[in-house]
Design a protein around this ligand. Structure first.
Ligand code: FPP
Length: 249
């Protein structure tokens, strides 16, 4: 993370600090199109996307938003060309190794969610190291969904709950929504209040299917590498202009 001065360092005056989301989730879409538009290889879009994510994380911390979750790699992304998948795995590993000391300095607690056991072993090592080293940090909760799929997560939770019932540790009548919450990869994390998706697609793409039940959704045509603090500002203005009713009148 560089130390260069950043525009919109502080919370813009037209945002109400009492009504900020506690948790923002992002679907970082449009990296490939961003690169294509510049006649660059697709992977350069992912490379640039890392800088965007780093600044958004820092922005959330600067503006007082305590949790950010980013969709880095879905269970479906294995279907991309092998070179792109390998680039992404190496990129995650390199970024984690490079950023760990800054995450410590900036008090970031990082957590990975998803089916981590099928990731390359060297990446798993960096993931577990970064989670362990930052687990006591309290500045901001940063969650990275990697080899993540909402349906896979719910299936995994159902299996864990069923196993507990089978072992006599839990009764069927005791199962409620909190039981499900407690068996998801996101256990302990509040549900996102705001989901941002870049590049104009109006889909959830299997992201946090349970947790996004009451989230406000903000879709922008901006491609992920171009999503900056002023774009985030616009997303928060839109969020604060909405009336959240949670199904009530
Ligand atoms: C979607 O754009 C983006 C991805 C599948 C990868 C996003 C990953 C990063 C930005 C790196 C994050 C790094 C860490 C360490 C968390 P796309 O390729 O689908 O774009 P397109 O729709 O234009 O083709």
């Amino acid at each position: 993370m560089s130390a260069k001065p950043i525009a919109l360092q502080h919370l813009p005056a037209d945002l109400d600090k009492e009504r900020l989301p506690d948790h923002v989730a992002v679907i970082m879409d449009g990296n490939g199109r961003w690169a294509k538009g510049r006649s660059l290889p697709r992977v350069m879009g992912h490379q640039k996307g890392v800088d965007t994510l780093k600044d958004l994380l820092r922005c959330c911390r600067d503006w007082g938003i305590p949790a950010l979750t980013a969709y880095a790699f879905s269970t479906e992304n294995w279907g991309r060309p092998i070179e792109e998948v390998q680039f992404l795995m190496t990129l995650f590993e390199r970024v984690l190794r490079k950023e760990l000391s800054d995450m410590m300095k900036e008090d970031v607690c990082i957590r990975f969610i998803g089916n981590l056991s099928s990731l390359p072993p060297s990446l798993q090592e960096e993931i577990f190291r970064s989670m362990k080293d930052t687990e006591k940090n309290t500045g901001i909760q940063f969650t990275v969904a990697t080899n993540y799929g909402g349906r896979e997560e719910i299936t995994h939770a159902c299996k864990s709950i069923a196993a507990k019932v089978q072992q006599g540790l839990l009764k069927v009548e005791e199962i409620n929504e909190l039981t499900i919450d407690d068996h998801l990869y996101t256990k302990g994390l509040p549900s996102p209040d705001l989901l941002i998706r870049t590049s104009g697609e109006m889909r959830l793409s299997n992201f946090l299917l349970w947790q996004l039940a009451y989230a406000e959704i903000y879709v922008t045509p901006t491609l992920w590498p171009d999503f900056d603090r002023s774009q985030f500002h616009q997303a928060l203005i839109s969020y604060q202009s909405r009336e959240r009713r949670f199904g009530k009148l």
